[in-house]
Ligand binder design. Structure first.
Ligand SMILES: Cc1ncc(COP(=O)(O)O)c(C=O)c1O
Length: 385
């Protein structure tokens, strides 16, 4: 039996006409009518005052950090389990990333481990809303206030997510979203900065537009920051502006199917599920994540045996990078400077426990989800003790 996982990105047919219209309009550069529509609707969904398009989440993180004056001599706290961009963005400003372990339930940064990593050089924390969880933003906010730190949310996986009914990215100084090919909203590539702070928005907009900012209307580049060019075209913003009309309905469908899948698997003793922090009021599923209870799995069996067996029976799954960030194959930074603290939870969970089902599965029908659950049960039945 092959489980149906739709190809991604999703085609929204109305967008074919939006793209034709954008092409015929001959306005293909920045701040055209599609970009304006995107910024307005994305801001509304994520409850922020300002949204700014850029070319990737990686650039969004770098630009935000620059706008906060973070650079050489500063330290920025990041989680041990994330994509490499969360850390390279810090290093590229000249600042030092300080890697902290994760919470074993949410897989987001452990709020119990942040304070011991704070020094007089610490300027910011970057929580990542990872896979299907949001970081504990109430606690992070409390710590940030206590030590006068900035907070930047990495929202690359969190389109449409809400925390205390506020949008991902609105719970901190600024947030960074990704529209890369695999993401929940995609234009092939692209990114978004969101913030409620006009000053941050103004500086970021200037960095993105080689010194111009739509807030000033005049050329008024920020002093001390060399601006660059990270502008999206109308074609990318056209796809994303339309996607804003679908993201909330798609998010609810993913939630419904994820809850169904979790309930179908709830009696399997050899796995547990990624939890989200208590404040989460709408969960975005970039991956549906289950983790192996290693003490219930037969000796000599690794998560890769299980991933392979699932695939043989027709269910594709992924390893969730399979390593903590500093073991990523793209890592060429200094481990010893950046990893001063114990990260054994991130090590164990990323390398041995996490199995990820891709989000397009969660947009399919109930029968397909039941079939997927049955395959998972059969495979785990074989390997659990
Ligand atoms: C957690 C996280 N942050 C940042 C990024 C970077 O996104 P982009 O590819 O748009 O630069 C990704 C990409 O996968 C990611 O997973």
């Amino acid at each position: 039996m092959k489980i149906y996982i739709p190809t991604w990105p999703k085609i929204h047919f109305k967008t074919i006409f939006t793209l034709i219209n954008a092409y015929m309009s001959k306005y293909w550069s920045w701040y055209g009518k599609n970009e304006i529509r995107l910024l307005k609707n994305f801001s509304k969904i994520h409850t922020v005052k300002y949204s700014l398009t850029t070319i990737s989440a990686t650039s969004a993180l770098e630009i935000i950090l620059q706008s906060l004056n973070i650079g050489k001599g500063c330290e920025v706290i990041v989680p041990a389990y994330t994509w490499i961009s969360t850390v390279t963005a810090v290093a590229r400003t000249g600042a030092t990333p300080v890697i902290v372990d994760i919470d074993p339930q949410t897989l987001c940064i452990s709020t119990d481990k942040i304070e011991e990593a704070i020094t007089e050089k610490t300027r910011a924390i970057i929580p990542v809303h990872l896979f299907s969880a949001m970081a504990d933003m109430d606690k992070i906010d409390e710590i940030a206030k206590k030590y006068n730190l900035k907070v930047v949310e990495d929202c690359a996986h969190a389109h449409g997510a809400l925390y205390n009914n506020k949008g991902a990215g609105s719970l901190s100084d600024a947030g960074a979203f990704s529209f890369q090919q695999s993401k929940l909203m995609s234009a092939g590539e692209g990114g978004m900065i969101v913030t409620n702070n006009r000053n941050i928005a103004n500086i970021c907009d200037s960095i993105i537009h080689i010194g111009w900012s739509r807030f000033n209307r005049i050329a008024n580049p920020p002093k001390d920051i060399i601006c660059s060019k990270y502008v999206l075209s109308e074609f990318q913003t056209a796809i994303l502006a339309d996607w804003c009309d679908y993201i909330e309905a798609e998010t609810y469908k993913r939630i419904k199917n994820a809850e169904l899948l979790e309930s179908l698997l709830s009696d399997v003793p050899s796995i547990r599920f990624q939890k989200t922090s208590i404040g989460t009021t709408r969960r975005s599923y970039y991956y549906f994540v289950f983790m192996l209870n290693l003490d219930k799995i037969k000796e000599g069996i690794s998560k890769y045996n299980i991933i392979d067996d699932l695939k043989e029976r027709g269910l594709y799954s992924e390893n969730g990078w399979g390593v903590p960030v500093y073991k990523n194959e793209l890592w060429n930074l200094n481990i010893d400077t950046y990893r001063k603290f114990d990260t054994s939870i991130a090590e164990r969970i990323s390398m041995k426990e996490v199995i990820c089902l891709p989000h397009p599965l969660l947009l399919t029908n109930k029968k397909n989800i039941i079939n997927a659950a049955n395959i998972i049960k059969k495979v785990l039945d074989k390997y659990q003790r």
